[in-house]
Design a protein around this ligand. Structure first.
Ligand code: SAM
Length: 219
């Protein structure tokens, strides 16, 4: 799902991701449309049905979830790659939707504590260099009781598929920083979220997570 970009000497993981995704941006929509049909079907609708209020989408990419948010939601999108963000701007304009789109790093969100009712992250914790740090930031910017909604591909429950993913990952991590055997649920639990619902699909390779920041959480 990505172009390749070998690491350069002294380059930070985030700078490399920015380079990978700037390069992938022109072909991303076409590529992901195929995977949405065969692998992630219904996932964007699932996120949109649960999002409410002030919504922050982390690593918004080209904005493919935008058509699914309820009309009353106020949407902010953070994204590392300016080229992906430029396409998200066009998509928002085409939908006639006022979206606050900003360049930023998921591991250092440029947002105040407790400033969103919902945080969404789709198909990105597989490639964000520090997923635990990003989930910690998602919790920080959520209001107590706020919703975390995640969709991603993860390591399969079926050993032959998991083995194939593990092998594929030997190539994709080196080439583009993309992981196929990561799982976000334990990180969400370790960060102190309460899990409301999860769905695991496609031989366990896709997971949807709806969790909440506990009402009494300070950060
Ligand atoms: C597979 S794309 C998914 C895009 C979009 N969320 C979607 O559902 O189509 C992964 C995105 O994560 C972004 N990304 C990777 N690391 C990031 C980081 N540290 N902070 C913000 N965005 C990041 C990439 O630039 C890319 O747009």
């Amino acid at each position: 799902m990505t172009s390749t970009a070998k690491p350069r000497a002294g380059e930070t993981p985030a700078a490399r991701q920015k380079r990978v995704w700037d390069k992938s941006a022109p072909s991303y929509d076409k590529q992901i449309a195929f995977f949405e049909k065969v692998w992630f079907g219904g996932g964007r609708e699932w996120l949109g049905e649960r999002a409410q209020g002030r919504v922050l989408e982390v690593a918004i990419g080209t904005g493919r979830n935008l058509p699914h948010y309820p009309p009353g939601a106020t949407v902010t999108g953070i994204e590392l790659s300016p080229a992906m963000l430029a396409i998200a701007r066009q998509r928002a304009a085409g939908l006639g939707r006022d979206v606050d789109l900003r360049e930023g790093d998921a591991e250092h969100l440029p947002s105040a504590d407790a400033s969103f009712d919902t945080v969404v992250c789709a198909l990105s914790l597989c490639t964000i260099p520090g997923p635990a740090a990003a989930i910690g930031e998602m919790k920080r910017v959520l209001v107590p009781g706020g919703r975390l909604l995640l969709l991603d591909h993860i390591g399969s429950t079926w050993p032959p598929v998991y083995a194939a993913q593990w092998l594929l990952e030997r190539i994709t991590v080196r080439a583009a920083g993309e992981y196929f055997t990561r799982r976000q649920l334990p990180l969400v639990q370790a960060a102190g979220f309460d899990v409301v619902e999860t769905e695991r699909l496609k031989a366990g390779t896709v997971e949807r997570i709806h969790a909440v920041k506990p009402p009494d959480a300070r950060r």
